[in-house]
Design a binder for this molecule. Structure first.
Ligand SMILES: Nc1ncnc2c1ncn2[C@@H]1O[C@H](COP(=O)(O)OP(=O)(O)OP(=O)(O)O)[C@@H](O)[C@H]1O
Ligand SMILES: [Mg+2]
Length: 261
């Protein structure tokens, strides 16, 4: 699904903020990305979701060398990726409903076809009765839940989440990771940056620890072990996401936004 070979990234003329990254995330894998603030987690995720291009090395995503992608090819590839941004990036002038529906709308779907899906998402995140509210009146944790709903509503092949539990309490953080795990079990490849070592170790099949732009594989899949044979494409038994029903209910009035994660 994702392969990095000796990848480096520098912004402008500065020093490299990521250096010599080599790993393979196979289809259907669940990877946690850890490391201190400034280590390069968001930068690495940006390379994966095609917001930045590597300064050197090879990045392949879904069997495509991303350096060779044309501008016209990017949107189609990006449609397979659900992204939870560290800063949410909700559109303040659109209702919660429309924020969550946006990727479906942009995909050309008709509102009558996604109305129920979006309401189910709103129900799941405990904000059904605020479908018409605008994001600026929500708490940080509520906005984070909307950002997660928007990222998963399309059932993406690849889910990339940048600190998706940074604004919610420990219980909800666990529930959010459980949702990602449920999506993973039906085939979604998951990559999550988190400061939460406990969640990373509980859920991550593989852990990439970044420190000052360098990586260390802490827990690793067989393919990333030095002795492993070259990975054959499509070896995973999981074969892309199937439709799923929401396995969890984040709606719990006890879930007010703590900052414990
Ligand atoms: N657009 C940019 N231009 C220049 N430097 C940048 C840019 N984005 C990030 N950096 C630098 O790259 C380094 C890694 O930043 P990054 O945001 O990837 O870290 P992070 O691990 O996600 O941190 P945090 O945990 O605080 O979110 C930092 O030194 C940062 O200042
Ligand atoms: Mg970051």
């Amino acid at each position: 699904m994702i392969r990095f070979e000796n990848v480096g990234l520098r912004y402008g003329a500065g020093a490299e903020c990521l250096s010599d990254l080599s790993f393979h995330l196979e289809q259907g894998s669940f990877t946690a990305l850890t490391g201190p603030s400034g280590a390069g987690k968001t930068s690495l995720l940006k390379l994966i979701y095609l917001a930045e291009r590597a300064s050197r090395g090879l990045v392949t995503l879904m069997d495509r060398d991303v350096a060779t992608l044309s501008r016209q090819e990017l949107p189609a590839l990006r449609r397979n990726i659900g992204i939870v941004f560290q800063d949410f990036r909700l559109l303040d002038h659109l209702s919660l409903f429309d924020n969550i529906a946006l990727p479906l709308y942009l995909d050309g779907q008709q509102p009558k076809d996604y109305q129920d899906d979006v309401m189910e998402m709103l129900d799941w995140i405990g904000l059904k009765n605020r479908a018409h509210a605008l994001p600026p009146v929500l708490s940080g944790g509520e906005q984070q839940r909307v950002a997660i709903a928007r990222a998963v509503v399309t059932r993406p092949k690849l889910l990339v989440a940048d600190e998706p539990t940074g604004n919610v309490d420990a219980k909800m953080g666990h529930d959010i990771f459980s949702l990602f795990e449920a999506m993973n079990k039906i085939g979604t490849t998951v990559v999550i940056a988190t400061h939460d070592e406990h969640l990373a170790h509980t859920f991550g099949e593989q852990i990439i620890a970044l420190d000052n732009g360098q990586m260390r594989l802490e827990k690793t899949s067989p393919d990333n072990q030095p002795a492993a044979e070259a990975q054959q494409a499509g070896q995973s038994t999981k074969d892309g996401p199937e439709p799923f029903s929401l396995p969890l209910d984040l709606h719990d009035d006890a879930h007010e936004d703590g900052h414990s994660s």
